[in-house]
Design a protein around this ligand. Structure first.
Ligand SMILES: [Cu+2]
Length: 160
């Protein structure tokens, strides 16, 4: 009987844990994860098209996020979240930091920050509401918060 109660107790703990995880899920917001396990606003990354791929590259001594400009066209778009695939192709750790262009910065500004190990790929899901709430403009900048000399780029939300 004692064992039975214990089993039920553990069962409840697991259910409570799952509920809070799924609540966090449906609350929306920017999500960073892997293709196989990650999701944004409840939709797995593998079911969403990738809007842009951004890579940390090294040419000689120059470190850069490539391409220098990423454009996503919102004119003919449904409300699905924006999905960015970021890959570190180099042999050192690099940071990906994306935020609204300072000139258009709103009080509750969108800030995405992650660190990629050498060779690592991550998916970033951004609900369109988060993207547009973040700024009155349509330009975001991305750079590496680990290396000041690491050349960054610009994300343009076209036609919003
Ligand atoms: Cu870097």
């Amino acid at each position: 009987m004692g064992k039975m109660v214990l089993a039920v107790f553990f069962g409840l703990v697991i259910i409570v844990g799952m509920t809070s995880a799924s609540l966090a899920h449906h609350a929306g917001g920017v999500e960073v994860g892997d293709l196989e396990t990650g999701s944004v606003v409840g939709t797995p990354f593998k079911e969403l098209p990738v809007d842009a791929e951004i890579q940390a590259i090294e040419i000689g001594n120059v470190k850069a996020w490539y391409p220098p400009t990423t454009v996503v066209d919102f004119k003919s778009r449904t409300g699905r979240p924006v999905v960015l695939k970021v890959t570190n192709t180099t042999s050192a750790e690099h940071g990906f930091f994306m935020t609204a262009d300072a000139a258009f910065e709103a009080p509750s500004v969108l800030k995405i920050k992650l660190v990629l190990k050498p060779g690592e790929t991550k998916y970033i899901g951004i609900p369109t509401s988060d993207l547009f709430y973040a700024t009155t403009g349509s330009t975001f900048i991305y750079n590496c918060h680990l290396h000041p000399a690491h050349v960054g780029g610009k994300f343009v939300a076209l036609g919003r």
